[in-house]
Design a protein around this ligand. Structure first.
Ligand code: SAM
Length: 227
């Protein structure tokens, strides 16, 4: 049984995909997708021994040790040529880490048809990297679970250069188009937080003009998108 967040991530894995889940922890996504027949086999990568052991134990308990290869490996080094991986999931990490994992393993991305990424912060860093590498964002989801807001970014290689505006990078090209209530609530909340910080900063003993102007710029961007 997957959480709402992991269900949404898993929903973007194509039927019959050759899947690698990097930073798999409990290997919930590979186990679920193999068990329900959406994928025939999968690789679960983990760089830390604790989560790696958890993944191994969970895969064994599910009786899927022949279908799911659990590998102790850093980032995309978990992927071997013979796996013929075409779909990569990287979920539940910061955007900087996701970007670094992808950038350090870029030679493993040649045959990739789809990236499914769930950065818990700094989604803009991921979007910037995707555009630079000519991956087009084909879908995005924003969802709430346990008082947290999650964003999922689905990207595919493009034959054309990929160019996004600053607004699309910050807010997500598909999310900006959809402007769901959760999207509204997220940025409304950010706006209020920024306004509170600004009020404190303008009363502070030490003037912090750079911080103030950065917050004002962000608030301007948020107000434009919420309009
Ligand atoms: N993907 C699962 C999810 O979304 O529920 C687990 C998320 S967990 C918060 C992040 C996992 O990424 C941790 O288990 C951590 O060990 C793993 N991780 C961090 N850096 C990694 C790297 N360079 N290569 C592989 N795994 C990594």
């Amino acid at each position: 049984h997957l959480t709402k967040r992991l269900t949404a991530v898993a929903s973007y894995v194509p039927q019959g995909a050759r899947l690698a889940d990097i930073g798999s922890d409990h290997a919930m996504i590979p186990i679920n997708l193999v068990a329900n027949g959406k994928v025939a086999s999968a690789v679960a990568g983990e760089v830390i021994i604790g989560p790696f052991s958890r993944a191994q134990t969970a895969v064994a308990a599910a009786g899927l040790t022949t279908q799911i290869q659990v590998r102790l490996a850093d980032g995309l080094t978990a992927i071997q040529a013979g796996d013929q991986i075409d779909t990569i999931v990287i979920a539940g990490m910061g955007g900087n880490l996701i970007r670094d994992i992808l950038a350090r393993g870029s030679q493993k991305l040649k045959n990739i048809q789809r990236l499914i990424l769930e950065p818990n912060v700094q989604a803009d860093v991921v979007r910037t990297w995707l555009a630079q590498q000519q991956f087009m964002i084909v879908a995005e989801t924003i969802l709430r679970e346990d008082q947290h807001t999650y964003e999922i970014i689905v990207a595919e290689p493009s034959s054309q250069p990929v160019v996004y505006t600053a607004q699309q990078i910050k807010f997500g090209p598909c999310l900006v188009r959809a402007k769901t209530p959760i999207f509204h609530a997220k940025w409304q909340h950010q706006l209020l937080t920024n306004q509170r910080i600004l009020a404190n900063l303008t009363q502070a003993q030490q003037p912090q003009p750079a911080k103030i102007s950065a917050l004002k710029t962000e608030n301007q961007q948020i107000m434009e998108v919420l309009n």
